[in-house]
Design a protein around this ligand. Structure first.
Ligand code: AMP
Ligand code: ZN
Length: 115
């Protein structure tokens, strides 16, 4: 847990969120500023700043994170129609919250282009 991290505060229940899914390793909640009809953040509970901070020990969070992404897609009803998963890594890629998270976006027809 990091003291001044907004996602750590959500995990600790100090800041409210609209929770979609939770298990031992992961919390998933609605993005406060959604970019699509379905926009959920899948967040490992362990404070890891970004993909760049993954190492041989903490990389084990990736498996429960991907499992949770599938569950969130089912819960939000986008599993069949398709959804997009984005991880911004570093300020240059638009990362604003320095706690690793996966954006799960869906509920709208998306184009083939990423950018
Ligand atoms: P990123 O730019 O990849 O770091 O994404 C951070 C995301 O967190 C943005 O899409 C924000 O809208 C979202 N966000 C920031 N604060 C909150 C919050 N308190 N509850 C839910 N989502 C948040
Ligand atoms: Zn954190």
């Amino acid at each position: 847990m990091a003291d001044n991290c907004i996602f750590c505060k959500i995990i600790k229940g100090e800041i409210p969120s609209t929770k979609v899914y939770e298990d031992e390793d992961i919390i998933a909640f609605k993005d406060i500023n959604p970019a699509a009809p379905v926009h959920v953040l899948v967040v490992p509970k362990q404070h890891i700043e970004s993909l760049e901070e993954l190492d041989e020990e903490n990389i084990k969070v990736v498996v429960p994170a991907h499992r949770a992404i599938k569950k969130v897609a089912e819960i939000t009803g986008v599993a069949d129609q398709g959804y997009r998963v984005i991880v911004n890594c570093g300020e240059g890629a638009g990362q604003t919250v320095m706690h690793l998270h996966y954006h799960v976006l869906g509920g709208v027809k998306m184009g083939e282009k990423i950018l």
